[in-house]
Design a protein around this ligand. Sequence first.
Ligand code: B12
Length: 465
Amino acid sequence: MRVALVNANRIRPPIAPIGLDYIAEALSAAGHSVEVLDLCWEAETETAVGRFFSGKEFGLVGISIRNTDDCSFSTRESFLPVHAGITKSVREHSGAPVALGGVGFSIMPEKILERCGADIGVWGDGEFALVDLATRMEEKRNWQDVPNLVLYSGGKWVRNPASFPPLSSLPTMSRAWVDNPRYFREGGQAGFETKRGCPCLCVYCADPVAKGKKARLRPPAAVACELERLLALGIDNVHTCDSEFNVPESHAIEVCDEIARRGLGGRLRWYAYCSPGHFSRELAKRIRRAGCVGINFGVDSGDEGMLRRLGRDFGPEEILRAARLCREAGITVMFDLLLGSPGETRESIVRTIELVRKAGADRAGIAVGVRVYPGTEVAGIVASGNRKDGLTGGEDLSQPVFFLEPEVAPCIFSLLDDLTRGDARFLFFDPTRPQSNYNYNANQVLVDAIAKGARGAYWDILRSA
Ligand code: B12
């Protein structure tokens, strides 16, 4: 079948749609013919859609929705109007069924389908479901029971049961379906994935909602082959696309060893999201030997009680230890903090900032307010625990809705100003302070630095911009 895949992500600096790259590979490996419309590179979406579909007949169109919004309390920009506009244009220019998918989409498929007006959706992995769908449609077989499909039936959107085929059954990824070299020139990095899904129990996190609660591992050899492919394309700065690279730690070590065994460690500079809770001296040594130069730890808080409330499986001691091990191994450290969730106090904020200093983190990004996602424990706490007092942005969770603990809401921004004044290590979601703004949506400081040759994780580029 002839399938069109559309990337709807137009954020700057641009991040390559690795999900579409993978799906295109899987469709092609199954014998389908694929064409990609990457709206990231187009000045205007409607004209580009019209031009792309003109004179072509597709059997199926897939649109990728990575981000529903910028997840920033201070800007709260929703991308759903843009996605709805793109879906509408596609429908005007093509008679083929339109399927939506992507990580942002998978957090709230029914709401987005309703809002965008597509025919069907795919929750979670796209490679298996979309191939199955295209094949069955082409062979005119029943496709309504394809696993992971979200479809309109009996007057409402319903989800078919999910299936999780092993990731070892994915084809070798050529990374040739989107213009990765251009993304590298203008976006400063490429992504790579070593696993999917997350077993962690963080109360606010949408990753288990969108990807499943179990870590599904890719064979280390498949990961290393893909990195070789990126290097062959001239791309030598990459970032993991796992929820946490070191969960489980044993698989992280196997991946590092395979990368090092192939001699890629000296040719690559890479960055990872890691949990401070599963980070041993052994991993620090091996991850560095494999070419990892920077780790972004999802620390959230430096306060024992808050970490417990957030569902984290580590405490301040593990955070300090992870940072120390990285320093010893020569790895740059970024802490991601999340302040203002239920139970936050002035004291817990003070302790968190103190911990960043004590740990000697190179950078610490401070997100204020928790984006409330459907299906998370925080959404349950807000709904059932009479905590609507902390909500900003209404109650429709497909909109950028945030919880900020009323106890600290009146003082949090001035308190953070006082605690971090003059300390360039702290980054904020604040476009009014461009040099320390770590909202990666519409970030001109990053765009300019990358144009001048900066490469790597954005927090690391901001360090020297
Ligand atoms: C790594 C990462 C980053 C890295 C990217 C590094 C890189 N070079 O790729 C960095 C740090 C740059 C980053 C930045 C941002 N990120 Co980010 N990021 C991630 C992360 C961890 C992985 C995304 C990824 O690439 N996954 C791997 C690919 C293979 O999976 P996938 O995209 O989901 O695709 C699969 C399926 O979804 C599906 N699929 C995809 N498209 C389609 C299409 C169709 C038709 C079908 C059927 C299926 C399908 O099939 C694919 C293969 O199985 C996710 C969380 C997560 N665990 O996914 C957050 C995540 C996507 N990011 C998020 C956000 C908010 C952002 C920022 C907007 C933050 C900000 N304000 O700065 C920016 C936006 C950047 C941009 N230009 O888009 C949110 C989005 C939430 C939402 N509601 O929209 C997420 C979900 C994290 C979270 N839980 O909050 N991010």
